[in-house]
Design a protein around this ligand. Structure first.
Ligand code: FES
Ligand code: FE2
Length: 354
């Protein structure tokens, strides 16, 4: 099948938004590994265990919690938060091998990150930051959509925003997005790709005119910072055309919006699309929050539909179909190179710049 992007195993991936991990067991599959997630009563920390009972492989995510222990919903094998089986029905002795894998997990900036590769290589300090998701003065709306597509297709999609003009016209797309050339910067060693598009005189898309109240032409900046493989930050700002810095030198781009995606491969041909829109303006206006939530969800679903269709199309064709890349693909091609290197290196986690 064409378009299978290899998984980079020794990396941190977002398994859930923090609010999704609670006292209900949550099943997620990351890099082909079935996980069960929950939040421990003991210290409020998230727990990630392999989601298959050692007895007859029943999904533990379909089971129940007794305190911080999972009691298998089939015959009652009971596991503590380290994955060690502490009870087997009908006998006193618990077999020594009765344990499920537990995965390194970090909760930071309201995201729950897991490490699927070699646990000895998991360095919590290498988790990239998205501080605006959990900072005073910022308000965030968020969601997650699964997509039946290779995760590389979502990386391509997010690194080339020229598609906004066509796929998201009337929402976030205007003619200027596709018309304005990009600049691309690649930090190979750190695994970071930056793609910028600065529009000096552009139409204000409804996503921003209806949320900010700005009418008329705007200058609009889109600065992408992709931390391969998982975290994608879009620093977005808009201002009326010609707005000057304040007397104190303050940024005329008063309407800063941080758009965050986490791109987490689930299985071959399936990806989790975590999204969030954060703002530091109109923070006490619930109508703005609701508008941004609904509108961004619509935009995300336009991508989901397009990528589902693209995956089906590519999968149904014989190998050998050619792509033609052009200037707008510079960021996506750089990302593909980095992802291929990370997957190949396997054992060497990328050194993140902090
Ligand atoms: S499958 Fe879990 S106890 Fe039997
Ligand atoms: Fe999109």
């Amino acid at each position: 099948m064409p378009h299978v992007t290899a998984f980079a195993r020794n990396q941190w991936y977002v398994a859930a938004h923090g609010h999704e991990v609670g006292r209900e067991l949550l099943g997620r599959t990351v890099l082909g590994e079935p996980l069960v997630l929950y939040r421990a009563e003991e210290d409020g920390g998230p727990v990630a265990l392999h989601d298959r009972c050692v007895h007859r492989r029943y999904p533990l995510s379909e089971s129940g919690l007794d305190g911080d222990r999972i009691v298998c919903g089939y015959h009652g094998f009971t596991y503590d938060r380290t994955g060690t089986c502490v009870y087997v029905p009908g006998q006193k002795r618990v077999p020594r091998t009765a344990r499920v894998a537990s995965y390194p997990v970090v909760e930071q900036d309201s995201l729950v990150w897991v490490w699927i590769g070699d646990p000895a290589l998991a360095d919590p300090r290498a988790v990239p930051r998205a501080r605006h998701l959990d900072s005073p003065g910022w308000v965030t709306v968020r969601g997650m959509e699964p997509i039946a597509a290779d995760y590389g297709l979502l990386v391509d999609n997010l690194l080339d925003l020229s598609h906004e003009t066509y796929l998201h016209g009337g929402y976030i797309g205007t003619p200027e997005v596709a018309e304005t050339p990009i600049t691309t910067e690649v930090d190979e060693a750190a695994g970071i790709v930056r793609v910028s598009r600065h529009m000096d005189d552009a139409e204000c898309p409804s996503f921003y005119s209806r949320s900010t109240g700005l009418t008329g032409r705007i200058s609009r900046r889109q600065d992408i910072e992709y931390h391969a493989p998982c975290l994608y930050l879009l620093h977005s700002s808009i201002a009326p055309v010609g707005a000057e810095p304040g007397p104190d030198g303050s940024d005329p781009h008063g309407f800063r919006t941080e758009i965050t995606y986490a791109i987490t491969p689930s299985t071959d041909g399936a990806v989790y699309d975590f999204w969030a829109v954060s703002r530091n303006w109109a923070t006490d206006d619930p109508e703005v929050s609701e508008f941004l939530r609904t509108n961004n969800h619509t935009v995300v679903m336009q991508d989901v539909d397009a990528l589902n269709l693209l995956q089906q199309t590519l999968s149904s064709e014989r190998a050998g179909g050619q792509e033609l890349s052009v200037n707008i693909d510079a960021g996506g091609l750089a990302a593909r190179r980095i992802l291929a290197r990370l997957a190949e290196e396997g054992a060497t986690p990328v050194e993140k710049v902090r």
